[in-house]
Design a protein around this ligand. Structure first.
Ligand SMILES: Nc1ncnc2c1ncn2[C@@H]1O[C@H](COP(=O)(O)OP(=O)(O)O)[C@@H](O)[C@H]1O
Ligand SMILES: CC(=O)OP(=O)(O)O
Ligand SMILES: [Mg+2]
Length: 404
């Protein structure tokens, strides 16, 4: 009797600011087939939740941490928990590689790269440039390198997709002795934008001028011209641009000088303020979670959501200028894919550019990519679900094939 061939698997790890997601892909001859995915959400809140499912939706594992237990459940503890779970749920597959989302690749890494100790050390120098993410992104790769040194690991960078931006879009108006140190605008959420850019041709938007709104816990906009990034709202760090779940987004730099001089805040106080105490959470005083704010009767919750959509509206104007026109607006990520209210408000702010929302389509878009503008709308509006994990698995497989 012939034994069934054991197929190989690629593990993808995507550590966001408030969640860690993992996906297991079977590396079949011609395709990557997702067979299990899961996430822990609500890290560093009082209610962390783990769930893993088969693609059909049936739950394979679930757990909740509440109160002080949840407070102590950080990214490192969550990674250990997840790796334990993965190793007992491989369903007969043999792991051939692990692909990681790594937020900052600096000026050095403009394409996915194999991870070894030297590369991880270099990437660790970017920790100050992404204080919410980089440490958490690198930790699983380091622990796997220590426990299973022979396992092929790949880093995929959020900054890489933006390497095509023209120099002017990347520049700060600062003296050369500072910009020469790599102090420039990089842009983030690049794996998400790269995935969306790959979906645009099928929507008839392959050569189009498109603004993609990646609205998750972190939020940014990207101007894509014929599939390439030409500008984005995030810069040197992932705190620039839009207000986010807990991040301030763009501020008058004079505010920082004022806080240092008049409120005696040091660098770590400012970091905490800008990355963890601002944005939707800071303005509302209630929550960083859009679902909570949208159902809250509190005026401060409404103010936070209004400020979020107002700033998106203004930045859309800025990116349309960078593109020299606009053919389509695309919503993606947690808020962009699921909040009809946010999409409606943003489209309202962009009406002057020629966006005309179809309210029915926006309220009931169904699964997958969906057009939510009227047939006569000069600028099309779409929801396109993103898939950073699929993008990471593809890059990992490509490097793996090249390496063997
Ligand atoms: N049904 C929904 N309605 C409104 N907002 C939602 C919905 N589902 C998820 N979100 C919001 O999406 C955000 C998280 O987005 P996500 O892309 O998963 O974040 P990240 O990967 O950065 O942690 C949260 O603000 C959450 O409230
Ligand atoms: C770069 C970034 O902000 O990522 P996330 O949205 O996952 O926090
Ligand atoms: Mg995310």
């Amino acid at each position: 009797m012939r034994r069934r061939k054991i197929s190989n698997a690629i593990i993808v790890i995507n550590a966001g600011s408030s969640s860690i997601k993992f996906s297991l892909f079977a590396d079949e001859t011609r395709q990557l087939e997702l067979f299990l995915k899961g996430q822990i959400e609500g890290l560093r809140t009082d209610n962390a939740h783990f769930i893993a499912r088969h693609p059909a939706g049936d739950v394979v594992g679930e757990r909740r941490w509440t109160g002080t237990e949840a407070g102590a459940f950080d990214h490192d503890a969550a990674t250990r928990f997840l790796m334990g779970f993965i190793n007992t749920h491989l369903e007969g597959h043999k792991v051939e590689a692990v692909g990681h989302r790594i937020v900052h690749g600096g000026g050095d890494f403009t394409a996915p790269a194999a991870l070894d100790a030297a590369v991880l050390d270099r990437l660790a120098t970017f920790v100050p440039l992404a204080p919410l993410h980089q440490r958490h992104n690198l930790a699983p790769a380091r622990s796997i390198l220590a426990s299973t040194p022979g396992l092929f690991q790949v880093g995929c960078f959020d900054t890489a997709f933006h390497a095509t931006q023209p120099p002017l879009a990347q520049a700060f108006a600062l003296p050369a002795e500072i910009t020469d140190r790599g102090v420039r605008r990089y842009g983030f959420h690049g794996l998400s934008y790269e995935y969306i850019a790959g979906q645009l041709p099928a929507l008839g938007l392959g050569g189009a001028k498109v603004i993609v709104a990646h609205l998750g816990n972190g939020a940014s906009l990207c101007a894509i011209d014929a599939g390439r990034s030409v500008a984005s709202t995030m810069g040197f760090t992932a705190v620039e641009g839009l207000p986010m779940g807990t991040r301030s987004g763009t501020l008058d730099p004079g505010v920082l000088l004022y806080l240092m001089d008049e409120m005696h805040m040091g660098p770590r106080d400012l970091e905490k303020l800008l990355y963890q105490r601002s944005g939707l959470l800071g303005v509302s005083g209630i929550s960083s979670d859009m679902r909570t704010l949208e159902t809250s009767p509190e005026p401060r919750a409404k103010l936070a959501v209004d400020l979020f959509t107002y700033r998106i509206g203004r930045e859309i104007g800025s990116l349309a200028a960078a593109l020299g026109g606009l053919d389509a607006l695309v919503f993606t990520a947690g808020i962009g894919e699921h909040s009809a209210g946010v999409r409606e408000a943003v489209c309202h702010h962009a009406a002057w550019l020629g966006v005309e929302l179809d309210s029915g389509a926006n309220a009931h878009p169904g699964e997958g990519a969906a057009r939510i503008s009227t047939p006569g709308s000069r600028v099309a509006a779409w929801i396109v679900p993103t898939d950073e994990e699929q993008m990471i698995a593809r890059h990992t497989r490509r490097l793996l094939t090249g390496a063997t």
